[in-house]
Design a protein around this ligand. Sequence first.
Ligand code: ADP
Ligand code: MG
Length: 617
Amino acid sequence: MKKQFEADTGRVLNIVINSLYSDKDIFLRELISNSSDAIDKRRFMETSGAVEKTDAKEHQIKISTDKSEGSMVISDTGIGMSVEELDGALGTIAKSGTSEFLEKLEAQKTDDKTKSINLIGQFGVGFYSAFMVADRVEVLTRKIGEEKANKWMSDGLTGYEIEKFDKSKSGTEIKLFLNKVGKEYLKKEKIQEIIKKYSDHVQYPIKWIDTKSEDLETLNDASAIWTKAKSDITKEQHAEFFRQTGGGFGDPMLTIHNKAEGVISYTSLVYIPENKPFDLFHVERAPKVKLYSNRVFITDTLETVLPRWLRFVSGILDTSDINLNVSRELLQNSPTLRKISKTLKKRILTELGKLKGKDPEKFEKFWENFGSVIKEGIYEDADSKIDILELSKFKSVNNQSSIFLSEYLDKMHKKQDAIYYLASENIEQAENSPHLEAFRKKKLDVLILTDPIDTFWLSVVNEFKDKKFMSITHGEVNLDKFDETKDKSDKKDDKKFEKLIAKVKEVLGEKVADVRISNKLVDSTCCLVASDSGMDVHMERMMMLQNKDFKGMPRVLELNPDHKLIKKLTSLIGKKDNETKQIALTLYDQARLMEGQLPEDIGDYCSRVSDYMQSSL
Ligand code: ADP
Ligand code: MG
């Protein structure tokens, strides 16, 4: 039966074959990694009693070449593929993220494409890299527990064929008919070199078969990297293993290797990448931690190994203290696994804490890449919120670069008992906010929170080190205590403004919750604040974006008693009623504009402004 490739498959193949030529060697790494995965899966089935046990020593990956035919064979004792699996796994690329991968790749400059080579494995298109070196590929495979075998054949261009075939043992055999550039892989030396570089740590022996003498020679170290002593693992080996665990392109920024012995014993080796994976905000993105039991792979899709807010972490967790013969659900809820996960999570946060002190520059890079992801943990994970808050950096009015909360506390005014913040869409909007005027004048620092996630965690976290978080757009912020020089009697005289306030209230009616004299405006005429019982202004905007029917609560309009216009207005009360009314409406609209909102009635607003312009000419 002959089949066409799906459209996307053809596209990926084309890119893989034609644009990613810079490092052809990786085809072998990808095929070996598939073989190793397949043996992992079979061993898991064996340990859980689903299929007959084979001697662990029998598991291996073999490589041979035939110079006269110009071919190479890679065989494994893995789980094999049924005919449906062959069709699904090698005929389609349906995985999520593939189309993003394509877009990213196609947009790249040619010299950047070298980097992309490492993306191949990440997107589950590793198998296709075989077509970089081969004109034709045959996959002969027999699924464990099945009698029949199948052969998949393709030229990597148009489509593929699947035929019934005979194979004496379960497993997979991949035959590559090497193309012109692929001929260099016929030599053992070349193969050995690639294996040392990329696949040394694969835990199954990779054996070279000498076709003449039939001698077998093991080409790799064949021990799981995480079982080695820390000092025996080189940076390069870590980098390679990091990429194999799906860490992404580039190198690990942080390597956390830990062996715990005690009531529960386990080994963990996890990495934090130096680069940001571009599916980081994809709904399906999860931490990539493979679970092993005594070096037998169990699963890489368990949700409880690490929380989603650590979804940039990849690596392995190996423990013999969990029962293999249990269902996925039981495993998911295993108390042992929970304990390990908790320590592992804590460990990662501790290491990040160390990095923060040791290498601020590196930490800054980490924060830029993953700050908004890890902050999700502040509201999702009560256990970790303090640790995460200590790692968190924020922009602030008084500082050029972002600061830690501890730095904010260290530098704040001795009379200050709250951490002031302004949540805003972006820095520019925040910088222009009238809410900041008095804080600036009194040199009080205000955190500027532009990450949407901040509004969410702030709804559940009230304080840090006994200091409350306080939105400066929320309620009445009294800054009088910071004024050493100001005489108390010199305080704004509300009486003077009573009539004006009453008038503005009357004009604006239900548009506002209240009108009052501000004690934080310096240059602006007025601003809108959330009422004491209401939601933070920015939070409210976020809610409106998500729910079109959500209208929000009326705000409080604060007027600047020191502003000329406001002073002038007080003298017009009772004299120029209509003018006062028009100005009150315009002031309200302007206060909305400063918050990034449109005036309620745009036409009306424009005609009022036109009138003012006309009358000023
Ligand atoms: P990935 O390994 O990321 O899933 P690949 O393109 O490398 O993507 O492989 C696609 C799929 O083909 C694998 O997930 C696996 O199901 C199947 N496969 C490839 N090689 C083998 C093999 N040697 N034994 C069994 N299955 C394999
Ligand atoms: Mg693969």
